[in-house]
Ligand binder design. Structure first.
Ligand code: AMP
Length: 119
């Protein structure tokens, strides 16, 4: 799938629309999900134009990949999620119900989250 520069997270990165920022550096932007599914629900997105995790891992430079994942870990620590635990999730494509075609990692925490998938 080609990257759509009009997707909502691209528009957030361009500051066309606002977000509730948690963290930002050269490689990543983290912000609160607009429709939280847990007491803490934050999205971490790379600054570059990548549709999904596999697209990112194929096309991003090593420093982008390292910087992005360092940011994910830092956000989890900064939000105080590390001690009690948290879940990270990245939906990719139709079967995973990915709604926004810009790679994003969900960080969920703040309560026991139950089993990984509901069967
Ligand atoms: P996914 O289904 O993995 O693509 O998740 C997309 C997520 O983006 C959902 O949890 C939405 O609630 C969230 N979302 C959509 N628009 C916004 C927005 N403008 N600001 C923050 N989160 C958003």
């Amino acid at each position: 799938m080609a990257y759509d520069p009009e997707n909502i997270f691209a528009r957030i990165l361009r500051r066309d629309i606002p977000c509730d920022t948690v963290y930002e550096d050269d490689f990543a932007l983290a912000f609160h999900d607009i429709n939280p599914q847990a007491p803490v629900h934050v999205l971490v997105i790379p600054k570059g134009p990548y549709v999904s995790m596999d697209d990112f891992c194929e096309k991003a430079a090593d420093d982008e990949i390292a910087g992005f994942f360092r940011a994910v870990g830092r956000v989890a620590r900064d939000l105080g999620l590390s001690e009690d635990g948290f879940r990270m999730l990245a939906n990719s494509g139709a079967n995973a119900h990915q709604e926004v075609p810009h790679l994003h990692i969900h960080l969920f925490g703040g309560k026991p989250l139950g089993p990984m998938l509901v069967r």
